[in-house]
Design a protein around this ligand. Structure first.
Ligand SMILES: [Zn+2]
Length: 188
């Protein structure tokens, strides 16, 4: 059950469904010991965090080759930072350690299926593979709104709970023009 089945789907969601099918296939073939060891590390971090006061019950590990580059736990409540999810914290730490804004050679192991923000962060970081343990439904059952946000993303902007309205489109394009004219820009 993905949650996508419950609502009318925009056409692009079929792409997502195919991606999810691909992920499921990958999961079946990639079940070797090494991956499970790193994933258990992420789960152990989540369990430890669950019994403390730092934040939610989530842990993540970033691996390059056979080396753990960074570990992260959820620190939302202790840092008053709604973006301080385990995966985002681990991505920030890994980028700092590697002194790079991309993690192209890295794999993300996370105790729970990444929420849309963390999945996006993984895309922005260029991470090509993610292993996760618990599902978004498990997170939902524990009181976390990952599943709700995934459902919201599938809606058209005007149908979402967050009200969105476009204003000043032409003025908003100016930074892009300035960016494209900037010879010193570092593309990513
Ligand atoms: Zn997240």
């Amino acid at each position: 059950m993905t949650g996508y089945d419950k609502i009318a789907l925009p056409a692009f969601v079929n792409v997502k469904r195919n991606y999810m099918k691909k992920s499921a296939d990958n999961k079946k073939i990639a079940n070797s010991k090494g991956e499970e060891i790193y994933l258990r590390d992420a789960i152990a971090l989540a369990e430890k965090n669950a019994s403390g006061t730092q934040g939610g019950p989530f842990g993540a590990v970033i691996v390059s080759g056979d080396r753990i580059i960074a570990r992260g736990v959820n620190t939302v409540t202790s840092e008053n930072d709604p973006t301080a999810h385990a995966e985002v914290n681990a991505i920030r730490e890994a980028c700092k350690k590697l002194n790079s804004f991309t993690l192209k050679e890295c794999t993300l192991y996370t105790s729970c299926e990444p929420c849309p923000m963390c999945l996006s962060a993984a895309y922005w970081a260029g991470i090509g593979r993610i292993y996760y343990a618990a599902s978004r439904e498990d997170a939902h059952n524990a009181g976390f709104s990952d599943s709700f946000i995934y459902d919201q993303i599938c809606l058209l902007p005007g149908e979402r709970d967050v009200e969105m309205e476009q204003l000043l489109e032409e003025e908003g394009r100016k930074p892009f023009e300035e960016w494209q004219a900037n010879n010193r820009r570092v593309e990513y």
